[in-house]
Design a protein around this ligand. Structure first.
Ligand SMILES: *Cc1c(COP(=O)(O)O)cnc(C)c1O
Length: 343
C-alpha cells in the first residue's frame, strides 16, 4: 500500500539507484575528493547558471541548521514563517548549531512570508537588548504546499538586503516548486536574491542527502569545517553525491517533481468534488491539506492509511511523491468518499 504521510515514505527512484550502484565499482578518494562529488558540483553550477559553492550533507535539518549557523553570529536572529520547518520541526537545531541565534517567527497567509511581515519584525526593535535580525529564511515549496513566485522572493530579498540581512531558502521541496512555477532554478534563487539554498534530494527520490548551495561564496567560508564538526562530513561522500547525477541528467528531477505535483492536483480535484471535504490551502506543489471529520480520519487510519495531521494549521496532510500511483490516489479518494457517506 502507498501512503501519503510524506514524500520521504517513497523509496529511491531508479535513476538515482543506478547512479548510486555505479559509484560502487571501485575504490575512490574519501571525504569528497572524488570524481562523483566534483561532477555533481559542476552539474549544479550548470543548473544554476552560476559559480556557486556546493556541499553535501545527510539531511535537511543539518542543511538548514548549518547554513543558518554560517550566516549568523550567536547574537543574531533569523526571521522565518511561524510554520517554518526550521522553527517547528528541527528540534532547535538552528539555534543549537548557531550557538543561540534566535528564530523570530512571523505570520503570513498560505504559509508565506510577505515584505510587510518581514519589515515588521526588522522594525520591531533595534536596541542592544534584542537579537539583531541577520537572516530571512523562506521555505520553497512552503510547509503547506504553496509556492513563492520569483517576484515575491525578490521583494522580500530586496528588503532583506537593504537591511543588511541575508536570504536563506529551505528547499526541501525545491524540485516541486520549480516544476510548479515552470521557471529556471536561477530565477527563483540567486537572480531573485537568495544567498544560500538547501536543495532537498531526499524527498525528490534520492536515498538521502541534501545539497547546500552558496550563491554568495563569501558566506561559505569554513563551511566544510562546520559540516565536519557537526558529524555531517560523509567519508564515502561519493554515495551522497552520485545519486544526484542520475536525477540531474535529462531533467529527471523535474519529471519526477511534475509527476508528484500532478498526483496532488488529481487528489485535490477529487476532494473538491466531495461535499464536506474542504481544501485548506491552494495546491501548488505536491501536498494537499484538507479538513475532514475526525471519524473519517479515524476510518482512514483503521484501513491502514498513514498520514499526518500535526503539520501546518491542522487538517490532514496528504503528500505525493515521485512514485505515487494514480491508482493509489483514486483508492484514497474512494476510501474518503465511502467514509464520508457513512452516517
Ligand atoms: C523534510 C523537510 C526538511 C528536512 O527534514 P529532515 O528530516 O531533517 O531531512 C526541511 N524542511 C522542510 C520544509 C521539510 O519538509
Amino acid at each position: 500500500m502507498q501512503h501519503f504521510a510524506s514524500d520521504n515514505y517513497a523509496g529511491i527512484c531508479p535513476e538515482a539507484m543506478e547512479a548510486f550502484v555505479s559509484a560502487n565499482a571501485a575504490h575512490a578518494p574519501a571525504y569528497g575528493d572524488d570524481e562523483w562529488t566534483r561532477r555533481v558540483s559542476e552539474r549544479l553550477r550548470d543548473l544554476f547558471e552560476t559559480d556557486c559553492d556546493v556541499y553535501f550533507v545527510f539531511n535537511g535539518t543539518a542543511a538548514n541548521s548549518l547554513a543558518l549557523a554560517a550566516l549568523c553570529q550567536s547574537y543574531h536572529s533569523v526571521i522565518c514563517h511561524e510554520l517554518a520547518h526550521v522553527a517547528t520541526d528541527e528540534c532547535g537545531g538552528p539555534e543549537f548549531f548557531s550557538n543561540g541565534s534566535k528564530l523570530l517567527t512571523a505570520p503570513g497567509a498560505g504559509g508565506k512570508l510577505t515584505p510587510d511581515a518581514v519589515r515588521e519584525v526588522i522594525a520591531r526593535r533595534s536596541d542592544i537588548h534584542y537579537p539583531k535580525p541577520r537572516v530571512v529564511t523562506l521555505t520553497q515549496a512552503t510547509e503547506v504546499g504553496t509556492v513563492y513566485r520569483p517576484d515575491e522572493i525578490a521583494a522580500i530579498a530586496a528588503l532583506a538586503h537593504a537591511s543588511d540581512l541575508r536570504v536563506h531558502m529551505d528547499g526541501a521541496r525545491f524540485a516541486n516548486a520549480v516544476a510548479s512555477l515552470g521557471v529556471s532554478p536561477a530565477d527563483v534563487t540567486w537572480r531573485a536574491g537568495v544567498d544560500v539554498l538547501c536543495f532537498g534530494g531526499t524527498k525528490m527520490g534520492l536515498p538521502m542527502g541534501e545539497a547546500v548551495v552558496f550563491f554568495d561564496r563569501r558566506l561559505s567560508e569554513d563551511f566544510a569545517w562546520r559540516c565536519k564538526q557537526a558529524g555531517q562530513l560523509a567519508s564515502k561522500m561519493r554515495f551522497l553525491a552520485a545519486p544526484w547525477l542520475g536525477i540531474l541528467e535529462d531533467d529527471v528531477w523535474l519529471k519526477h517533481a511534475r509527476h508528484a505535483n500532478a498526483m496532488a492536483q488529481r487528489l485535490a480535484a477529487g476532494l473538491a468534488a466531495i461535499p464536506g471535504a474542504g481544501l485548506l490551502f491552494a495546491v501548488e506543489a505536491n501536498g494537499v491539506f484538507v479538513h475532514l471529520p475526525a471519524r473519517v480520519l479515524d476510518g482512514l487510519r483503521a484501513r491502514g492509511l498513514r498520514f499526518y495531521t500535526f503539520i501546518g494549521a491542522g487538517g490532514a496532510r496528504f503528500m505525493c511523491g515521485w512514485d505515487t500511483q494514480v491508482e493509489s490516489v483514486d483508492a484514497l479518494l474512494e476510501n474518503i468518499r465511502a467514509l464520508m457517506a457513512e452516517a
